[in-house]
Design a protein around this ligand. Sequence first.
Ligand code: NA7
Length: 535
Amino acid sequence: MNTPRGVDAVIVGAGFAGLYMLHKLRGQGLSAVVFEKGDGVGGTWYWNRYPGARCDVESPYYSFSFDPELEQDWEWTERYPAQPELLRYLNHVADRYDLRRDIELDTTVTSANYDDGAGLWRVSSAGPRGAEETTARFCIMATGCLSTSRIPDFAGLDTYTGKVYHTGDWPHEGVDFTGKRVGVIGTGSSGIQSIPEIARQAEHLNVFQRTPNFSVPANNGPLDQKLWQDVKANYRKIREDAKHTPTGLPFPPGPDSALEAPPEDRQRVFDEHWTLGGFRLGQCFSDLAISKEANDTVAEYIRTKIDEIVQDPETARILKPYDHPVGTKRICVDTDYYDTYNRDNVSLIDVRKSPIQELTPDGLRTADKEYKLDAIVFATGFDAMTGALLGIDIRGRDGVSLREKWEAGPRAYLGLSVAGFPNLFTVTGPGSPSVLSNMITSIEQHVDWISDHIAYLDSNGLTSSEPVPEAEDEWVEHVNAVAEMTLFPQANSWYLGANVPGKPRVFMPYVGGVGAYRAKCDEVAARAYEGFVLA
Ligand code: NA7
């Protein structure tokens, strides 16, 4: 181990959050280093290279707003940006702001220990130069919400002799499925985006579905140039509007109640949003997220669409979601998803009815049948929101580990900071809107707040910041109380850890909306960081 190097801040992760955090802190005259596990920048968009990988937020709104010149210079090509374009954008950002000189790639952070006596974080990492320790006044986790991919612990996994892929850790050189018998396990966003693409190549595709999800067509295509020029001309107002809506997108939810609307008006609004494309269908009335009865109207609308698109009635039946309200799991945004089941080379297998029992050397066996497969694609998701944080041995005051502290579920003040862990900050951590919002709006808000907070500490001669446990408790209670007012807890979703066996069931993201959340964070700052002990 070399002599520790010292910086003002260690940042973990070089996705959208880590890149902007570095840029911001540098601008304040601080020294910082970013550790990144991948051998390139980009985070989510570095790892998720599966066929069809595409953001479900439209490109004009899924970008940094901190530099008006950047937003004017960059040209998006499609309505919804595909993974390669997003990765190009993030690489452009890294170059444009000369960020690479402070980013260490191929470097995994293994532990972060708070040294109480020195008032410093000691961060251990393993990279091309071997094991290293870095000391820092601040430790900022920009580790992402969906960055720890998960392959379920199927019996026989290690006996399977075919190719195994996970959508969240896709080979850089791509995969050619031509002539192959392929199985996809999982029908969340990643499955739903990749299935139509894989079906076009494979000799035969078996889709193993445990739970059907609601999916709405993206209606993707080349970015409408008239719209793009309008956005560019009005970017400042659009960005400002986005900061105050529930979703962090510049569109407020529909003002009317679905239940009170006459049926023909409701149908018209649903039709308009289906044609428009994307998940705005889930927000086109004011009561869809809070009233089950209202939500049933949009759920039935989507189920009817599935019946219209899918020719085989039994396949259509299996594809129709039944166990959760629309939007309580993120609505999938697809291209040709349901229509893919009209192809002769695609079969849908209901593994709720006939569970996967084991992987075999040649494929996979369900309770009913064995399937011979040359390749299995796990579109089985992530240990979301806490997986990457708890993957690092983080220890705060008195050596207490974050794993112990979060044993019964994550607890953080504003999703930003954790009692007992001074000067540790999480960008879009549990308890903030994060995955329920446009991530870029939320990331920028967090990074701005954290850097303002650090500037406040420095200009007041303060060295340490940590939430008081009561403020943290109150916030956690509030996060839960707001979630309970909505339909969200009715779904067995990764929002509450339901996809990972043994993970505590706690609703992790803040449902109160980006606008309300920002107002709360601003108020805390305006009150000299109320709820924090500053020393
Ligand atoms: P998701 O949304 O977590 O989807 C994972 C899928 O994998 C889902 O259909 C799961 O079914 C299925 N799954 C997980 N474990 C199993 C087992 N053991 N057997 C069968 N099926 C299983 O992950 P994605 O990557 O698609 O999307 C993550 C987010 O990225 C998405 O929400 C967007 O925000 C972008 P289940 O529903 O658990 O029955």
